[in-house]
Design a protein around this ligand. Structure first.
Ligand code: URA
Length: 235
């Protein structure tokens, strides 16, 4: 991790201030019609959880159930996310869950570049307000957006990455839970990465100013040319 970098740190607000700022941002998202998704959504899906969470989870975009309820990860992938959180001793109210896109793409198609570009400032502001120690990116879209790199999830999952905007925040990419629903090898990788995330977070608590250690076990490289199991497009 590049901890010698001279990057800004997020503002240290009280929980009440953070909640207030998130509430203001939610108001902006509710009235957002910057892209076509504003016309087809039932509800925007802003985010859920603690305004002072130490860890954020960032998915791709709302699906059918999320669009109906206005809450992230309430479908089958969300049930798996809940189980993974439980596995590492956390629940939804202790973390913060958001998405790259706040509105559902029709028929659950992949996000378009222009949609991501319109929406990214909302996510970046959420991160800046909450100021988490870790951002767990779920799948390719969140990983590529927040790392600013094109490396696919098969290559980088389970490997902490610097968050380019804040020195003390690291990104931890994992497979998207939807990619593990029917693929046992992805589920095993996801469970393994969550177990390591628990260790990383406890190390990070013990030594806030120490660099977050990289995982020591070898990373299985994706063979050249093999596509990621999900979300194949670059954006
Ligand atoms: N998949 C996502 O990426 N986000 C959700 O909120 C639900 C499913």
């Amino acid at each position: 991790m590049a901890h010698a970098r001279n990057l800004p740190v997020p503002a240290v607000d009280s929980v009440e201030e953070k909640e207030h700022r998130l509430e203001n941002l939610l108001g902006q998202v509710r009235s957002c019609h910057e892209c076509e998704l504003g016309k087809t959504r039932t509800n925007p899906v802003f985010g859920f959880g603690s305004a002072s969470a130490r860890i954020m989870f960032v998915g791709e975009a709302p699906g059918y159930h999320e669009d109906r309820q206005g809450i992230p990860f309430v479908g089958r992938a969300g049930k798996l996310l809940d189980q993974l959180l439980d596995r590492i001793g956390l629940n939804r109210s202790q973390v913060y869950i958001a998405n790259v896109l706040k509105c559902r793409p029709p028929d659950n198609r992949d996000p378009l570049i222009e949609e991501i570009n319109h929406c990214r400032s909302y996510l970046e502001q959420q991160i800046s307000i909450i100021g988490p120690a870790a951002i767990c990116t779920l799948g390719n879209f969140a990983t590529k957006l927040l790392t600013g790199k094109s490396d696919g999830i098969s290559r980088v999952h389970g490997r902490p990455q610097p968050y380019p905007d804040f020195e003390k925040t690291f990104i931890y990419p994992v497979y998207h839970p939807a990619a593990a629903l029917y693929t046992p090898s992805n589920l095993r990788a996801l469970e393994h990465d969550f177990d390591n995330l628990r260790d990383l977070l406890s190390n990070n608590t013990q030594a806030q100013d120490e660099p977050v250690p990289l995982r020591s076990d070898p990373v299985v490289e994706t063979p050249q040319g093999k596509a990621d199991p999900e979300q194949m497009g670059l954006f």
